[in-house]
Each structure stands twice: as C-alpha cells, then as structure tokens.
Design a protein. Structure first.
Length: 122
C-alpha cells in the first residue's frame, strides 16, 4: 500500500508548509493543518492541499499534484484523478497520460503550478 502524504501551499504567505497532521471537522472536511514547526494554520480558503503521487523523479524528489515535470522533451503537470496518478501535457495534443506509463527515471520536477505557472505556457 502506498504511503499517503500531503503538503500545502499557503496562498497568503506564498510558501510551502511541511504538514505533519490534518485537522478535520466532524463531517470529515479538512479545516486546518499542523506544520512541522508546530503552527496550526486554518484552511479558510487560504490553503491548497496537494497529495503525493507515490512517485519520485529521476533525482529522487517526490512528485506531488501540481508539480511541473519535464520528460521526453516535453513539459507536463502531475495530478491525481480518481486514485490514478496522471500527467497532462499542454502541447498541441493536450492529452492526459497515466503517470505510471511515464518512465519516472526520465522525469524531472522543474517547478509547480503555484510558483512557476509560466512553465506551462506554450
């Protein structure tokens, strides 16, 4: 079974939070995160949670949803959809491919959609 990990982009401070736990309401909605530094940060529309895909790039870095990867001379965005890890290439074909068919040894994280959205522009 794959380990489940999250990280969070804080839209207000424009920084990544290293999450150690999630705080949920009684109905299961995530309402806050606790960081490794001990901060308790409420979600309130200011946090974007992203899940680890379970895969690593060629440098051993964990690939999270929203990471922008370079592979096979193309740039794409990783994401998770209905439990399947996929990559979207925004070139002429604008196709979605399952990440498990992309050779992760040839895949390298070059940014993410929060800090480097310009990398996805044609």
């Amino acid at each position: 079974m794959r380990e489940i990990k999250f990280r969070a982009w804080d839209k207000l401070t424009r920084r990544w939070l290293d999450i150690v736990s999630l705080v949920s309401s009684e109905d299961g909605e995530i309402i806050a995160v606790r960081t490794r530094e001990g901060e308790l940060i409420t979600k309130e529309g200011n946090l974007e949670l992203v899940e680890w895909t379970g895969l690593h790039d060629k440098n051993g870095k964990e690939i999270y949803e929203g990471d922008i990867v370079h592979t096979f001379s193309r740039v794409g965005r990783g994401f998770r959809d209905r439990g399947v890890d996929k990559i979207h290439y925004s070139d002429i074909t604008a196709r979605w491919y399952p990440l498990d068919i992309v050779v992760t040894e040839m895949c390298e994280i070059i940014g993410n959609i929060y800090e480097n959205p310009e990398l996805l522009e044609n």
